[in-house]
Design a protein around this ligand. Structure first.
Ligand code: AMP
Ligand code: TRP
Length: 332
């Protein structure tokens, strides 16, 4: 059976981009694969997260995994730092990562631009830690959004170099995965870029958002003056609203507004109200389950403990094999 692995950084609440881009596949894949889903708290340190915030956010992501339907009986759910073997594999893989390629990584360049003076080496080697996450369980498939494509390519490179150097086929070469389709990029409501946790919540729809919040955000989404000619190409901010509607509304609703756009009768106000209604129905079951689980911390902690135990067992086996391959003297 193939192994699946993915993770989310505990830097805030899960939004529709996280869900549609990655987490929806966590739930689908747990039926047919051996799955590991974790909370990337080591990764969150690269952007200097405060301790209390990190603790809360890690539990919160765990709650949100459970709320969307990740089942601890079917998948192993754990917090990254509970499996220190990952840090050891990260050290080994650093020997196979070239400084030049790390500096060329798009996410690094973006963060480097924002961070300025506080730029740290952890950010540079972020893709190596990510490779360690994936390779520690010898994963084959990694459900992620489009923004992680380059990171996955780097994981493949490190794994190939390791295999080549030690003349082994020990690590499978993993692939980014979205149900056999192209990786997704869910747009932000502000008409620019992708939906993300760090845009102060105005242009991301969070799974925990209520009806009022959703309507407010969607109403504020950027639109234009409307089409002036039939069958005009949609500008990006309009395309984005249609994209979201395609994701959460019925096909017939989408068709209705698409036709209205094409014959220039569209009223964006009506479209937004409809989208907000459908969006609310879409996220409501998640929101309700999140609120329920928030009042059962004992259960959530138990899931984390059991998950850590299972994840460590798998990780320890890999580390032992890797130490042997590398030629480190073991005690046995
Ligand atoms: P992050 O919140 O950056 O830790 O991302 C967790 C997962 O969600 C990763 O697999 C990302 O690729 C995915 N993701 C985050 N934002 C988006 C987005 N706007 N569209 C699609 N996938 C996304
Ligand atoms: N880098 C991913 C992100 O920003 C999170 C992540 C860390 C991850 N390690 C991973 C995703 C391993 C998939 C597999 O979203």
């Amino acid at each position: 059976m193939e192994t699946v692995l993915s993770g989310v950084r505990p830097t805030g609440k899960l939004h529709l981009g996280n869900y549609l881009g990655a987490a929806i596949n966590f739930v689908k894949m747990q039926e047919n694969y051996k799955c590991f889903y974790f909370i990337a708290d080591y990764h969150a340190l690269t952007t200097h997260t405060k301790a209390a915030m990190l603790r809360d956010s890690s539990l919160n992501v765990l709650i949100e995994y459970l709320a969307i339907g990740v089942d601890p009986e079917k998948a192993t759910i754990y917090i990254q730092s509970h499996v220190p073997e990952i840090a050891e594999l990260y050290l080994f893989l650093n020997m196979f990562a070239y400084k030049g390629e790390l500096e060329k990584c798009v996410t690094f360049k973006e963060k480097a631009r924002k961070e300025g003076q506080t730029l740290n080496a952890g950010l540079l080697t972020y893709p190596v830690l990510m490779a360690a996450d994936i390779l520690i369980h010898k994963a084959h498939k990694v459900p992620v959004g489009d923004d992680q494509m380059q990171h996955l390519e780097m994981t493949r490179n490190f794994a190939q170099r390791f295999n080549h150097y030690y003349e082994t086929e020990y690590f499978p070469i993993p692939q980014a995965f979205n149900n056999g389709e192209e990786l997704l990029r869910v747009p932000s409501l502000d008409g620019m870029g992708k939906m993300s946790k760090s845009d102060d919540g105005k242009s991301a729809i969070f799974l925990v958002d209520d009806e009022v919040a959703i309507l407010k955000k969607i109403k504020a989404a950027k639109t234009d003056g409307g089409p002036s000619m039939p069958n005009q190409i949609k500008p990006i901010e309009i395309e984005n609203i249609f994209f979201l509607m395609k994701m959460v509304s019925d096909e017939s609703t989408y068709q209705f507004f698409d036709e209205a756009y094409n014959n220039c009768s569209i009223r964006y106000g009506d479209m937004k109200v409809q989208l907000a209604k459908d969006m609310n129905l879409y996220v409501k079951p998640f929101r309700e389950r999140i609120l329920e689980l928030q009042s059962d911390e004992a259960y959530v902690r138990k899931v984390a403990r059991n998950g850590a135990e299972k994840a460590r067992e798998s990780a320890q086996k890999t580390i032992k094999d890797v130490r042997d391959l590398i030629g480190l003297n073991s005690l046995h």
